[in-house]
Design a protein around this ligand. Structure first.
Ligand code: AMP
Ligand code: ZN
Ligand code: FE
Ligand code: FE
Length: 279
């Protein structure tokens, strides 16, 4: 029997808050016998130059991806983008804008932590993760290393989680802006892990926006939620994507390939990616 085609469309590397390097991620995909992968680092496509070479070597179909942090009425919404060319200037500029937003925000968070006797040096933080999109997971990790908290989860629950004493929202980027950027790059804009959006009025707004799909297969989504989102996407004739959101041990112990899409969905994304990459 022919091996079932599986493509994991959501995972992170050391270019954001994952623990595997881009090359190691492709090796893991090989071990997991995945035929297709999209690397979706937070606000960064830096994994691609190396990942493309490695994927070619291992005969894995790699398509472009990135996970943008946006907000709508003060609610954080993650948006996955697929199939753009990795040299596209709209996407590159948008990633750069996010890096600047994050740098400002991280500085504010470090200031609040310092005021609470938990000093973390920005230069140390940057040096520990060269070239990575830095965010709260890295700060949480540093807090554990310095013994300020016992676990990353404590760091979030006690200090840097949403609305905790050292939380900073930072400058916000709207969903519409992200969708526009993705469409300018002729990519697909997809709502990431939609089940995490709890407020019905936000969901209602999202369903009216110009998305091309939503992430309907997601390891930590329960079957009931799964059904609901797949029904909604089907009704709107949207793409239904899926992936593990694998980070490695830095966050949860969800392995690469624990959620995936089949050949038909992957083919749609891959055809567009090839078309954009030649153009
Ligand atoms: P940031 O993009 O800097 O706001 O950081 C958000 C990241 O932190 C997301 O990828 C979340 O999954 C992760 N995160 C949020 N809450 C927690 C938590 N309680 N424990 C571990 N990671 C978390
Ligand atoms: Zn992450
Ligand atoms: Fe996310
Ligand atoms: Fe993610």
């Amino acid at each position: 029997m022919e091996k079932q085609f599986r493509a994991d469309l959501h995972c992170h590397t050391t270019c954001s808050d994952g623990i595997l390097s881009p090359a190691e991620l492709i090796q893991r995909a090989k071990e997991k016998q995945l035929q297709g992968v999209s690397i979706t680092d937070h606000d960064s496509i830096n994994a691609y130059p190396i990942a493309i070479l490695e994927a070619k070597k291992e005969n894995i179909d790699l398509i472009s991806g990135v996970e943008f942090s946006t907000s709508h009425l003060e609610t954080t919404v993650h948006i996955l983008a697929y199939s753009f060319s990795v040299t596209n200037t709209h996407i590159k500029r948008f990633c750069q804008k996010h890096q600047e937003r994050r740098q400002e925000r991280n500085r504010e968070i470090l200031k609040l932590l310092a005021a609470n006797n938990m000093s973390i040096n920005e230069a140390d933080l940057t040096a520990s993760h060269p070239g990575a999109t830095l965010g709260r997971p890295h700060i949480a990790w540093e807090m554990v290393k310095k013994g300020y908290v016992q676990s990353m989860s404590d760091a979030f629950h006690l200090f840097i989680g949403e609305n905790k004493s050292c939380y900073v929202r930072g400058a916000s980027v709207s969903i519409e802006e992200a969708i526009d950027c993705i469409h300018q790059a002729n990519g697909f804009a997809v709502i990431a892990h939609p089940h995490l959006i709890k407020e019905p009025h936000i969901v209602k707004d999202l369903l009216k926006m110009k998305f091309d799909g939503l992430e309907g297969y997601y390891a930590r989504m329960n079957p009931k939620q799964n059904e609901r989102w797949i029904r909604l996407a089907t009704k709107k004739d949207w793409l239904i994507t899926g992936g593990s959101d694998f980070h490695g041990d830095m966050k949860y112990s969800i392995d690469l390939g624990s959620s995936w899409v089949g050949e038909d969905t992957f083919r749609i994304l891959k055809d567009r990616f090839d078309q954009n990459s030649i153009a």
